[in-house]
Design a protein around this ligand. Structure first.
Ligand code: SF4
Length: 386
């Protein structure tokens, strides 16, 4: 039975809004029944339906996806299926918002469980960004230099709300993913003297570090402090202004885990996602986006042994796919699970698909017209940066 549905904490309910309950008749179904009914609903909907699945989704959901990928790959898939009326996004809320911005006007984007948010995205609120920008200007970093570069270029990780992406688009910035973060920073530094990077300080720091930007040229902006907790001269000297946000899943990885796995498996290769803290990247052999991690493992010599520091569903799936050829272990022995990704269950997917087959759209995600234009500008810039 695949009827386990996680319970939200009070903080989570507050941070992601009201949750739509799954109708009771969709609880307690057997895997076999759900599989048969999902297949029947898909057959009814035919090419009017496309299901996108993020790598961090559980197997019981991902096996129904037409396309599987990270945020960047899935964002690119949206244009590839113009005939689909319904885009069912098995991922989290900010991904569905971006899909709504990128899709055609006749397409509707659906998130199977509206409570599937992202704790990192919740760490940057639009009013905090407005205040930050105003304070940065007051701190004297708004002026264009002699070569025409702006004082600050805002760059937001795709793991952020549509309101944040709209602000960034309107202020000359762009969106990045972990796949194109370095290219995005190069793009931004061609246009600006410094970068305000949000909401993930770790992706910003790790990417800038790999590009050779000294740590002394990076400051952390705390949105809960006046002027981010910084003095004007600190901000003026900085190349990178890192928003104080993080992923609660990837910050669980530690250098101690890497030391331990090297003792237990001499010769093991360790690869981690760049949302982990810098000291973990430094202790690992390699780092990169989920697509990069998969590619490195798949291209490694047969018999290789890997410890992977990212969400457990991706790691387990990779381990299964590589069984008999390469060994893939989770860097965290208990496995790091993204509880918000886990909210999308096969039960929710079945409910959504049967509703669509009956002509009802449940859990549609839309971005307001007021925000759509600048979101589109920011996301188009992201898609143009290789
Ligand atoms: S893994 Fe982290 S960044 Fe990704 S959706 Fe989950 S909480 Fe958000």
């Amino acid at each position: 039975m695949s009827s386990f549905l996680p319970v939200l904490t009070a903080f989570e309910q507050q941070s992601i809004g009201e949750r739509q309950p799954l109708p009771e008749r969709y609880l307690g179904l057997s895997d076999a029944e759900m599989t048969a009914r999902i297949a029947a609903a898909r057959a009814t909907l035919g090419t009017r339906l496309v299901i996108l699945g993020h790598h961090y989704q559980r197997d019981e959901v991902i096996r129904f996806a037409d396309y599987v990928g990270d945020s960047f790959k899935l964002a690119r898939q949206i244009a590839a299926r113009p005939e689909a009326d319904y885009i069912v996004f098995c991922g989290v809320h900010f991904m569905a918002e971006s899909a709504d911005v990128l899709c055609a006007s006749h397409q509707q984007v659906i998130l199977p469980d509206l409570a599937a948010g992202c704790s990192m995205a919740d760490m940057a609120a639009p009013d905090q960004l407005e205040i930050c920008w105003e304070e940065l200007m007051q701190m004297g970093v708004g002026s264009t230099d002699a070569t025409g570069r702006a004082g600050v270029i805002p760059v937001t990780y795709i793991n952020s709300a549509a309101s944040i992406k709209a602000f960034v688009g309107e202020h000359g910035g762009t969106v990045c993913t972990s796949s194109n973060a370095a290219a995005t920073l190069r793009w931004a530094f061609e246009r600006g003297q410094r970068v305000l990077f949000l909401p993930d300080q770790h992706l910003g720091r790790n990417t800038a570090d790999k590009m050779g930007i000294p740590l002394d040229d990076m400051v952390v902006w705390d949105p809960h402090e006046i002027c981010g907790g910084l003095e004007p001269d600190q901000v003026q000297r900085a190349q990178m202004i890192l928003w104080k946000g993080h992923c609660s899943v990837h910050t669980r990885f530690t250098p101690q885990q890497i030391a331990q796995v090297r003792v237990e498996h001499p010769g093991i290769r360790v690869i981690v996602h760049p949302e982990v803290p810098r000291e973990v990247v430094q202790a690992a052999d390699d780092s990169g986006s989920t697509e990069y991690i998969i590619g490195q493992v798949e291209q490694s010599p047969e018999g290789s042994v890997w410890a992977v520091g990212t969400e457990i569903h991706l790691v387990n799936r990779l381990a299964q796919q590589q069984a008999g050829r390469r060994t893939v272990l989770s860097l965290d022995q208990f496995g790091c699970l993204c509880s918000t990704m886990f909210r999308v269950s096969p039960n929710h997917l079945l409910w959504i698909l049967e509703s669509l087959a009956e002509g009802r759209v449940e859990n549609r995600v839309t971005v307001s017209d007021a925000q759509k234009h600048w979101n589109r500008v920011a996301l188009d810039r992201m898609l143009s940066i290789q």
